[in-house]
Design a binder for this molecule. Structure first.
Ligand code: GH3
Length: 311
């Protein structure tokens, strides 16, 4: 009965008023233990022009994030057993840049403010107006997309920026300390890049940085975080990767870069790079230490003549 009644309301809202918020492509995932609310929200969003689905717990949510990559997650805070560290666990996961909107009870407001506001993009208090949910999702999708482009990424290369790297490194570091989840850090620096600028000019130098970044990104797994650290220096945060596998990844990148020819009119520019890899282990007590160790390994690769990886 509730469903039929709601269906009618939804019809009035969306069909008779011809209000559509989505384009049928944006995938919204609803995480809630409350099946009635979730079913109604799914129906409401589909009628409003989104594509929508529902999960009931965190494991299912992480599975869907890995396999179907939703564009936005509406997360009812009821899926967490507060007091357990489940919520903190979730904030440690890379939700692959997916904006989260929390649905909270009034009683959960203090927790939203104190504990979780850093990992959500927006929140809605129950009871909510269905029309408001659809409006908010539309608006948040747009706001998030410009936030992601301007705040998380480097404008020239489209790699993540340094502050995003540091933020994600802290999360991986926490995961290692809590769950012993391995990870590695790899620094990459283009060999003799300054000569390219000096000979061909900065415009060509910029093109080289862009094409290098694109080629590296195409050689990585989805979960690897590729960032521009500064100038011609890049860093890759590699979750679930030990040192040996990170070195193998560096050699795969080297193979791709060695076949890259960058057209600069008069000639094709060929590139090589030096890499330094450091795997997280118990001797490392801070994020700074692992950065320094990977950077030192990269410096050793340069000192040894470049175009190689040191660990
Ligand atoms: P090495 O092989 O020892 O690393 O030498 P290198 O010439 O690659 O490295 P170095 O660090 O001396 O020079 C990096 C240069 O990159 C210097 C700087 O002017 C240039 N650079 C930094 N950012 C940009 C950028 O955004 N665009 C361009 N075109 N050049 C940049």
């Amino acid at each position: 009965e509730v469903k039929v009644a709601l269906s009618r309301i939804i019809d009035i809202l969306f069909i008779s008023r011809k209000i559509f918020f989505g384009n049928g492509e944006d995938k919204i995932l609803i995480a809630s233990r409350d099946d009635i609310i979730a079913t109604l929200l799914v129906e409401l969003l589909i009628r409003g022009g989104f594509s929508a689905g529902h999960v009931r717990d965190l494991d299912e949510l992480l599975y869907i994030v890995d396999n179907a990559r939703p564009d936005l997650i509406l997360i009812d805070l009821s899926i967490f057993d507060f007091g357990s560290n489940k919520f903190h666990e979730m904030s440690d996961y890379n939700l692959n840049e997916i904006p989260l909107i929390a649905i909270a009870d009034e009683g959960q407001l203090e927790m939203v403010e104190k504990e979780i506001k850093l990992c959500i993009f927006d929140y809605i208090i129950k009871p909510f107006n269905p029309l408001e949910i659809a409006c908010r999702i539309r608006l948040d999708l747009e706001r998030y997309s410009s936030f992601r482009d301007t705040c998380l990424r480097d404008a020239l290369t489209n790699a993540y920026n340094r502050s995003y790297f540091i933020e994600r490194l802290y999360q991986e570091f926490g995961q290692f300390k809590r769950n012993r989840r391995p990870f590695s850090v790899m620094f990459l620096d283009i060999d003799k890049f300054k000569d390219i600028n000096d000979i061909y000019g900065h415009v060509v130098g910029d093109k080289v940085l862009k094409e290098f970044s694109f080629a590296v990104m195409s050689s990585l797994r989805n979960c690897d975080i590729f960032c521009r650290y500064g100038g011609d220096e890049f860093v890759i945060l590699m979750p679930d990767t030990d040192g040996k596998s990170a070195v193998r990844a560096a050699e795969r990148i080297r193979e791709n870069i060695s076949s890259l020819k960058i057209d600069c009119g008069e000639t094709d520019i060929m590139l090589s790079f030096s890499a330094g890899v450091k795997e997280m282990d118990d001797s490392i007590t801070s994020c700074d230490e692992i950065i320094k160790a990977a950077d030192a390994a990269m410096y050793a690769a340069k000192q040894a003549g470049g175009n190689r990886t040191e660990r």
